[in-house]
Design a binder for this molecule. Structure first.
Ligand SMILES: Cc1cc2nc3c(=O)[nH]c(=O)nc-3n(C[C@H](O)[C@H](O)[C@H](O)COP(=O)(O)OP(=O)(O)OC[C@H]3O[C@@H](n4cnc5c(N)ncnc54)[C@H](O)[C@@H]3O)c2cc1C
Length: 409
């Protein structure tokens, strides 16, 4: 299949083969991947540059992903999901990010906001929260970060004051501010982490399900970002917003555990998205080198540039393999804390490196907003920061290895 990526303003869509593409997929997984690839090339990629330029979230694309069933892919059929699991989910993330990283991040966070309810919710909470989100009618957000609590999420301060008797509250009043919340002003459903006891650190953190429109819950400033600019990230402001006790997810004090388990899942999603983004940049660069002539032939004849392409492919293949390992561990119910950190760290570094090289291989055109690779490079950077910075992933991996040899620091 040919594409026009070397042409100014062209989209990043391609249905071409991928570097060491996953093998051993079931027929259903292949169909899911191919359907997503075709949909993303047709409906997501064409407007990606324009949406980025205008910093505009296109809700109709999210709605279409819902109609296609993409918003339910990893979850079990017992809760209304599509029953595919996480290996299949990584295929979807890769294909969506190949077309547009911003839309992939939005979808990833939407899945994150459902995951905790699938895992920790009561039957009543699942019946309330999930159907409209699995179908893509309502968009979700995951609200953990605060102005003074990012990597050190256990120090969050958003206060949840019990309403009614202390031993049997009827509800909670939420007061405080969240920042950098993806899907921010666009979403209808927010998973919000607050503390019932600021002096208790992680042990006070409690999770709440909050709907847009709850009195006392409003939005502050929208972040002006380097990349994934069509996806919104905003401040959430809570001024005594009251939610009934039935909106508390899990018990008081279980919120930190809920957040960490969700982030383990989210890191697999983001790793897969980074693989798709990097592959998109590599394919664009490889095509450009075959189309651009200099010194008497196509640039792809230059051995130094061929080496660069090969090294980009090597990074993508390594990241894809680690991501798949983490996803398969998740599907088997194994502990994924270390594997998902390794996958996210490796894949986001691969995406940063590969997209930067793609800009280099495009020469001056790479630095122009008329071509897609500068956007890909900007889109890659955030993935080294959100869902745990890559410094934090080094800490997690080191903790695990020291625990294994019995020398926890
Ligand atoms: C595009 C984008 C989307 C986001 N979406 C969401 C969202 O949907 N929901 C949400 O809750 N949050 C979201 N975030 C916030 C994100 O999770 C935080 O930015 C991230 O966790 C880092 O926190 P921080 O910005 O406070 O940086 P800090 O924690 O202040 O870190 C600053 C620097 O110090 C390093 N550092 C910190 N502690 C250590 C340590 N112990 N050892 C070594 N290095 C350390 C960090 O790696 C970083 O380099 C998003 C952020 C971005 C950029």
């Amino acid at each position: 299949m040919t594409t026009d990526l070397g042409t100014p303003g062209a989209s990043a869509a391609s249905t071409g083969a991928r570097t060491v593409a996953p093998t051993g997929l079931t027929d259903e997984e292949r169909l899911l991947r191919d359907t997503t690839r075709e949909f993303a090339a047709r409906e997501i990629a064409p407007g990606a540059a324009e949406r980025d330029e205008e910093e505009r979230y296109d809700r109709t694309i999210f709605t279409r992903m819902g109609e296609l069933g993409l918003t339910a892919v990893p979850f079990p059929e017992s809760v209304g999901g599509a029953g595919f699991g996480y290996r299949a989910w990584t295929l979807v993330m890769e294909e969506v990010a190949y077309a547009d990283m911003a839309m992939a991040v939005s979808l990833s966070v939407h899945i994150l906001a459902q995951y905790s309810v699938v895992t920790w919710g009561t039957p009543e909470q699942r019946a309330w929260w999930l159907p409209d989100m699995l179908s893509g009618e309502k968009l979700g957000a995951f609200a953990l970060t605060e102005p003074q609590a990012g990597s050190d999420a256990s120090s969050l301060r958003l206060r949840a004051e019990p309403v009614g008797p202390a031993d049997a509250p009827t509800g909670y009043r939420l007061t405080g501010t969240k920042i950098w919340i993806t899907n921010g002003i666009e979403a209808e459903r927010y998973l919000v982490f607050a503390t019932v006891d600021p002096s208790a650190g992680a042990r006070g953190i409690t999770a709440f399900l909050v709907e847009a429109g709850t009195p006392g819950f409003t939005f502050g400033r929208r972040e002006r970002k380097l990349g994934i600019r069509s996806d919104t990230a905003s401040e959430l402001i809570f001024e005594g917003a009251e939610v009934p006790v039935g909106n508390r997810l899990g018990e008081e004090g279980q919120g930190y555990k809920i957040a960490l388990s969700a982030l383990g899942e989210g890191r697999i999603s983001i790793a897969a998205a980074c693989v798709g983004l990097a592959q998109s940049a590599l394919d664009a660069a490889a095509r450009y080198l075959t189309e651009r002539s200099a010194f008497g032939g196509p640039l792809s004849d230059q051995q130094g540039l061929r080496f660069m392409l090969a090294e980009m492919a090597q990074k993508i293949a390594s990241a894809r393999a680690l991501t798949r390992t983490a996803a398969e561990m998740k599907d088997r119910g194994e502990n994924i804390a270390e594997a998902s950190s390794l996958a996210k760290w490796t894949a986001s570094d691969a995406a940063m490196s590969v997209t930067t090289d793609a800009v280099q291989l495009f020469g001056g055109s790479g630095y122009s907003r008329e071509f897609p690779v500068e956007r890909m490079m900007r889109d890659a950077k955030g993935a080294q920061i959100y869902e745990g910075t890559n410094q934090i992933h080094r800490l997690i991996v080191a903790d695990h290895l020291l625990q294994r040899i019995g020398r926890q620091g």
